[in-house]
Ligand binder design. Structure first.
Ligand SMILES: *Cc1c(COP(=O)(O)O)cnc(C)c1O
Length: 394
């Protein structure tokens, strides 16, 4: 039996995978079992920040592996302390709770926000406002937070207490803020729904509403954070001052790691026993995070912005492209009426890997991608789009 058949036989059918078996990678290239190379614009969905087989990250993990790979949260572990210190120093956060994924980070942030509101205002204040077309994860509670009806099926009852308002619609927001509102939870750039940035006006309104009413601002930076958008977190470019931030994806550089960041108001919300995890903050994932975070600084941010603009310039002049949304190296491409998945499948055949997000193409290349690699990949995408016939329309 070949590997694809075994995959279908033994692994739950939750992903409609592309027919591709990846074996190893280096830098921005990854190889399949036939030793064909692919230029990668996915980073494993925003995870492998500095490409495959990143030397600094690998050496840090190999050294730690020979020392201690897991010890539990009952004891102090240096890599976790160092990773938390780096996150706090670079963001202005006061404390960190480590998790293993984005969904868990959002769960932690939601729990902290509810406890903050409960401690101060009682149990009536528990609602969390989230934005239409958001994505916050796959647990029952983070699906409740995710304001997309496609996700609100099969698993009833969902966690109550989530209110959905339209993104970039001040009126809708103001109509739903009331004495029950504990927090407003946002992605400043909605990733899974196609790389849709909030307007500055709407982001500023949220900040204002939160500050006036002691409503907590939760920013989900799982996809947009850790230098992806040209700053440690994307919210910085909006001038926001969140109370809770969740991150994951690129934080561990390839090992499962997420974090909840607590700022001034929320730093003491969790007391001993209020929250926990077996794996979160394990030393192996955390030395990886230290390797990643040490490199998150202004020269990297400048190059991410510059490469993002370069990619956008390529994309905007391609056939079938209606619009391009971009913040650093997080890029969405709206096509006229081509099926995004069909375009991605065609690109695989031509040796480049891209993502989709809803009906858009999405690019999350490793931040180390060079201008030459971008040009090479964009020539191919240009060809694929130019040759796309009406057969591949939706
Ligand atoms: C990917 C993602 C999540 C979920 O992260 P998991 O690690 O898959 O649980 C949550 N929020 C955003 C914005 C994401 O992009």
């Amino acid at each position: 039996m070949n590997l694809q058949k075994q995959d279908a036989r033994f692994i739950a059918h939750t992903y409609h995978r592309y027919p591709l078996v990846l074996v190893k990678g280096k830098g921005c290239y990854v190889q399949d079992e036939q030793k064909r190379s692919y230029l990668d614009f996915t980073s494993g969905i925003g995870v492998n920040l500095f490409g495959y087989h990143d030397d600094d990250w690998m050496q840090a993990i190999q050294a730690q592996l020979a020392q201690l790979s897991h010890s539990s949260n009952l004891y102090v572990n240096e890599p976790a302390v160092k990773a938390a210190e780096l996150l706090c120093q670079k963001s202005g956060a006061q404390r960190v709770f480590f998790t293993n994924s984005g969904a868990e980070s959002n769960e932690g942030a939601i729990k902290a926000a509810r406890k903050y509101a409960h401690d101060r205002y009682g149990s009536e204040r528990s609602e969390i406002i989230t934005l239409c077309d958001s994505f916050h994860g796959r647990t029952i509670t983070t699906l409740s937070a995710t304001a997309q009806t496609v996700f609100h099926q099969h698993y009833m009852p969902f966690t109550p207490g989530f209110v959905h308002v339209k993104a970039n619609d001040p009126k809708d927001l103001l109509e739903h803020v009331n004495s029950h509102t504990a927090a407003i939870m946002i992605e400043v750039v909605q990733g899974e729904s196609g790389v849709r940035p909030l307007t500055q006006e709407f982001a500023s309104l949220i900040q204002q509403v939160c500050e006036q009413r002691d409503i907590l601002l939760i920013v989900d930076e799982v996809q947009s954070g850790i230098a992806r958008c040209g700053s440690l977190f994307a919210y910085e470019q909006y001038g926001l001052r969140p109370d809770l931030v969740s991150c994951a994806k690129a934080l561990g550089g390839g090992l499962p790691l997420g974090a909840v960041l607590f700022f001034d108001k929320t730093k003491d919300v969790f007391q001993y026993g209020d929250h926990g995890t077996t794996f979160g903050g394990n030393p192996l994932a955390c030395v990886g995070a230290c390797s990643i975070l040490r490199r998150c600084q202004s020269d990297l941010y400048a190059s991410v912005k510059e490469k993002g603009a370069y990619l956008k310039a390529w994309l905007t002049q391609m056939p079938h492209v209606k619009s391009v949304t971009q913040m650093g190296l997080m890029i969405g491409v709206e096509l006229d009426h081509l099926d995004a998945r069909a375009v991605v499948e065609e690109c695989i055949g031509r040796g480049i890997l891209l993502l989709t997000a809803k009906q858009r193409l999405r690019l999350l290349p490793p931040l180390i991608i060079t201008r030459e690699e971008i040009a090479y990949g964009m020539h191919i995408l240009h060809d694929v789009l130019a040759q796309a016939s009406s057969k591949s329309t939706v």
